[in-house]
Design a protein around this ligand. Structure first.
Ligand code: PA5
Length: 454
């Protein structure tokens, strides 16, 4: 048993249960491909067993490094893009107090976690340097390939900054590299410079790497319990592996439901949350499903909204726009803190009818009311229920989405573990920037641009 559950009551008028359970044979095959490693992309299935294989020495080493960083850094910079930062950010932003930086006293304060190399914005990176000029800091540079442009450029800038600020020797003790065990420019640079390194296993792709040092080190530096996160994922792993029946495996049910809706023409899935802390869980999920399924002209487009905020913006489209949508709502059972709406004798805002109720109860009624309205608007929706936002629940949730993604990608017939389409923009960018080795592409792209209005 896990603490996570899936509620499909709001689906009843869109898909009959028989249609969902008709996926059982396909699910059996996909499940077997995942756990026996016989499907497409089977050399990238290391994540399946990861939660039960993380060894004690690795966890202890990460905790020790995190402690050392926490003792000397006010700011910790995570350099990485895609799967090399989104998992860490999803967990950290879900767990951290949003106003931590101003609330905690100097001694007990966790470092502020900031991100770099997840864009090529000059303004952002220059502004980050303004902060790093003033604060004590350390950094992790994370890249599985070790050759990705965005983190490589950001690291070049920050390496220069940290060496000027602390001197080369002290800078080395403030840099940790997380990369491939033997390949890539980052590995070579780390060996040459003598940085502490952690390895991203060969058989774990970026978007499935949150339970490797890629996610675990930044999460530990932020002050969260990585053992509970791993335990939660391990519990979900056992649940997902043991049960193949759709009726007994929520990951299988989720994969079957979304593929059934896709086959009915619902091409966009919106992940909905009612807790702002989950915004980056949505961003992580978008990458996981978008990069895993969007290929060969197939795939559900993964979108995300935060309610009730976006009910005042995207809500109009979802209620009445093109009918190609379905929603998956992450429903959080208990808030972390109590807060009731106070009575007001004058009642000028007319809100006394909810005085005395908790804000959470009102949020839950907003969620129920929205689900019903969206059913009426022809938007099927399901909810994934987690008891609260803590390390254990997040570990369960992340593994649940990973396993369901593997199943779902196989149901779709694609290789969920590659991302060939990511290369197209890189090829053009390198050609435009005259990267050595791209001479032919440079010439071709200049010819192409010469004939257009660019
Ligand atoms: O999921 C993936 O594999 C990608 O999103 C990568 O994580 C991303 O492109 C970053 O790659 P790398 O870690 O090699 O720098």
């Amino acid at each position: 048993m896990t603490n996570l559950s899936l509620n499909r009551e709001a689906l009843a008028q869109f898909i009959a249960d028989e249609e969902i359970f008709a996926f059982q044979d396909e699910i059996d095959q996909c499940h077997s491909k995942l756990i026996n490693k016989t499907g497409k992309g089977n050399d990238f299935l290391g994540w399946v067993d990861l939660p039960d294989q993380i060894d004690e020495d690795l966890l202890t080493s990460i905790e020790n490094d995190a402690r050392a960083i926490r003792s000397k850094a006010e700011v910790f910079v995570v350099i990485g893009i895609g799967g090399s930062y989104l998992g860490a950010r999803a967990v950290i932003e879900a767990l951290q107090h949003p106003f931590n930086a101003l609330l905690e006293d100097e001694k007990s304060k966790s470092p502020l976690i900031v991100y770099a190399g997840n864009s090529i914005s000059q303004t952002y990176h220059a502004q980050l340097l303004d902060l790093l000029d003033k604060k004590e800091y350390a950094l992790a540079v994370i890249s599985k390939s070790g050759t990705t442009t965005e983190p490589a450029v950001a690291f070049r800038i920050l390496k220069n900054h940290i060496e000027k600020k602390y001197g080369r020797e002290e800078a080395k003790s403030r840099i940790i590299a997380i990369t491939d065990k033997s390949r890539g420019a980052l590995k070579k640079l780390s060996d040459d410079e003598g940085y502490k390194t952690y390895v991203i296993p060969d058989d774990v792709g970026g978007r499935f790497s949150v339970l490797t040092p890629v996610g675990l080190l930044p999460i530990a530096v932020a002050g969260f319990d990585i053992r509970k996160l791993v335990d939660g994922a391990a519990a979900m792993r056992r649940y997902c592996l043991e049960n193949t029946l759709i009726s007994e495996n929520y990951a299988a049910m989720y994969a079957a439901i979304r593929n059934s809706l896709y086959r009915q023409g619902k091409q966009v899935e919106i992940l909905v949350n009612y807790e702002p802390a989950l915004q980056y869980v949505t961003e992580w999920w978008k990458q996981l499903y978008g990069e895993s399924e969007g290929k060969e002209g197939e795939g559900i487009f993964p979108a995300g909204v935060g309610f009730t905020t976006d009910l005042h913006s995207m809500g109009q489209y979802i209620q009445e726009g093109q009918r190609m949508l379905f929603e998956t709502v992450i429903n959080v059972g208990s808030p972390l803190r109590g807060l009731n709406i106070p009575p007001d004798p004058a009642d000028l805002d007319g809100m006394n009818f909810i005085a005395g109720k908790s804000l959470h109860e009102v949020n839950q009624m907003a969620a129920l009311g929205t689900s019903l309205a969206h059913i009426d608007g022809d938007v099927p929706n399901i909810s994934i229920n987690i008891p609260r936002i803590d390390e254990t629940a997040l570990g369960e949730l992340l593994y649940f989405f990973e396993f369901a993604c593997g199943l779902s990608g196989y149901l779709l017939g694609v290789n969920p573990f590659d991302q060939p389409g990511v290369e197209a923009y890189k090829k053009n960018m390198f050609a435009l920037l005259n990267k050595p080795g791209y001479e032919k592409e440079s010439e071709a792209i200049r010819h192409r641009l010469g004939q257009s209005q660019y």
